[in-house]
Design a protein around this ligand. Structure first.
Ligand SMILES: Cc1cc2nc3c(=O)[nH]c(=O)nc-3n(C[C@H](O)[C@H](O)[C@H](O)COP(=O)(O)OP(=O)(O)OC[C@H]3O[C@@H](n4cnc5c(N)ncnc54)[C@H](O)[C@@H]3O)c2cc1C
Ligand code: SF4
Length: 486
């Protein structure tokens, strides 16, 4: 149970961060893992509190409370405290297929609901998870473990993001033959081309893909299912199909001037930047922020990654428009523990903007009204109003200089075509309607769905959970056995 009263006597420490002014000069990870002794000390703060809300993994008030994959957090905290690292890794691997991704980029809803956080600071769960998985790779404990027998059943997984990878991993473990089809030229989904390398370096993604390949999973890249290969041929060749195609349909702004040059969806910008770093592909001018004034429309995490990317590209200034107000410094009565705390924080990109450009880039309640173009039809300015109800239009109106505008106002769910091709029923917002009470099987027999494609744009950890649950449902469908059910 850690050290008696450890949560009161030991100060919380998270993974450290590289200095902002240094890290913006490269594209490497911005975090520095805790030293082994520090991780042990932090694990001593866990009191194994009897009702570990940290691992409940549910949704309260539309926010995630506790770890969605139900990581056995108090157990591995205690093992780390006692220096039993291999045992801690074995516990972690039971519930989390890819701790190397979550321990770098998860927003750690586990910590938001940690009982220690009720009276003191929560246990540094994510940093301890990182220490365990780093140690496991360093020690050579993470090795390919191909299944001992094959069932002869074949499953096609479409999409290789965290949902598709977790689903493939689980199904392969129990002996089904899994082929993952990926439209892109490299597997990983948003882990590879969406999330910037400052958060997850790409060799970390490749390392896991190679392990999965060595375990027997087949990856077929550059295959756009429904185009390169027909849905009918997949149905004929496989016993089950899992759609893990993500929620790539981006939300648009439809205001005057949208057709001007220099205005792009955030994902196009982030993917172009990632590919530029990975392969040296030339950056088109509208994806290059160097010496430009950048406006990011949308106050969420994708917008934040655009801010960090623009800073690294050498922008002159960057402003991020949010629709809502600034979050409170402390939890409000409507957001009590153990809910994830909706409080103001200065995340990596904002720290960088403050230190390098002298200003937090966030502006609140900003409503974009109109884009203005120059003589060559390129965006040059932007006119905004306010979403604040008590502010009249005229006094709220503001003009901003803009050489490049990035639209990051969220996603509208999965692309329609593949779901139409498979004739899968969806609701009015495009979400898949589960055909049975266990979920994950669609209205079509043998066709399953998981991850962002099923639940809407979310988190890596939810995608892993969805992939695992869908695999359990597929396994049940194929073998009529409960081997993978939680
Ligand atoms: C910019 C950005 C930053 C993010 N940062 C974080 C973060 O820090 N932490 C966090 O927890 N979450 C983050 N997320 C969210 C997280 O990345 C997603 O929730 C997660 O990747 C969803 O996984 P998925 O497997 O469902 O889909 P995806 O990762 O989107 O993968 C879907 C895959 O399906 C492929 N595909 C689609 N259609 C076809 C087809 N017809 N044929 C073949 N392949 C197809 C796509 O090419 C893609 O590779 C971020 C998201 C974005 C956009
Ligand atoms: S996966 Fe995320 S929520 Fe779960 S323990 Fe790790 S950091 Fe916490």
């Amino acid at each position: 149970m850690g050290q008696l009263m450890g949560f009161l006597n030991i100060e919380k420490k998270n993974q450290k961060e590289r200095k902002t002014v240094e890290r913006v000069l490269d594209w490497n990870e911005y975090k520095i893992p805790l030293a082994e002794s520090e991780a042990k000390e932090q694990a001593a703060r866990c009191m194994d509190c009897g009702i570990p809300y940290c691992q409940i993994g549910t949704t309260i008030n539309r926010g995630t409370t506790g770890c969605p994959i139900h990581n056995l957090i108090p157990e591995w905290n205690d093992l780390v405290y006692h220096g039993l690292w291999k045992e801690a890794y074995d516990r972690l691997a039971k519930t989390n297929n890819f701790p190397e991704f979550t321990s770098k980029a998860c927003p750690a809803p586990c910590e938001g609901s940690c009982t220690a956080g009720f009276v003191s600071s929560p246990v540094s769960i994510k940093s301890i998870e990182r220490a365990i998985i780093d140690r496991a790779f360093d020690e050579g404990w993470v090795v390919p473990k191909p299944p001992k027998r094959r069932t002869g059943k074949k499953v096609a997984v479409i999409g290789s993001g965290p949902a598709g990878l977790a689903c493939a991993d689980q199904l392969n473990k129990v002996g089904h033959e899994v082929t993952v089809f990926e439209r892109s030229d490299r597997p990983g989904g948003l882990l590879m081309y969406g999330i910037p390398s400052m958060k997850i370096e790409k060799d970390v993604v490749d390392r896991r893909i190679h392990l999965l390949e060595e375990e027997g999973i087949i990856f077929k890249t550059n295959v756009d299912v429904g185009k390169t290969i027909s849905v009918q041929s997949l149905k004929e060749s496989f016993d089950a199909v899992v759609l893990c195609t993500g929620a790539g349909k981006h939300r648009e702004v439809t205001i005057e001037g949208r057709d001007l040059k220099g205005i792009s969806p955030a994902m196009e910008y982030l993917i172009a930047s990632n590919r530029h770093q990975l392969y040296g592909e030339p950056l088109q001018p509208d994806y290059d922020a160097k010496d430009k004034h950048i406006i990011v429309i949308g106050g969420g995490d994708t917008g934040e990654d655009c801010v960090a990317t623009a800073i690294r590209q050498g922008c002159k200034s960057v402003v991020q428009f949010g629709k809502h107000g600034k979050l409170p410094e402390q939890r409000t009565e409507k957001n009590p523990w153990p809910q994830h705390p909706n409080v103001f924080s200065v995340d990596y990109a904002y720290e960088e903007a403050e230190d390098v450009l002298g200003k937090d880039p966030r502006e609140y309640y900003v409503e974009t009204k109109k884009f203005i173009g120059d003589e060559v039809n390129h965006v040059s300015n932007l006119i905004t109003g306010s979403f604040k109800k008590d502010q009249d239009d005229e006094s709220a109106q503001k003009t901003w200089k803009a050489d490049l505008v990035l639209i990051a106002i969220g996603f509208q769910g999965a692309e329609d075509k593949i779901f139409e091709d498979f004739e899968v029923s969806r609701d009015s917002s495009g979400r898949v309607i589960d055909a049975d009470t266990r979920g994950y099987q669609t209205s079509q027999e043998g066709i399953f769905a998981a991850g962002d494609a099923r639940r809407g744009a979310s988190l890596i950890v939810w995608a892993i959970e969805e992939g695992r649950k869908a695999a359990a449902a597929v396994d049940l469908y194929l073998d009529k056995k409960l081997s993978l059910l939680h």
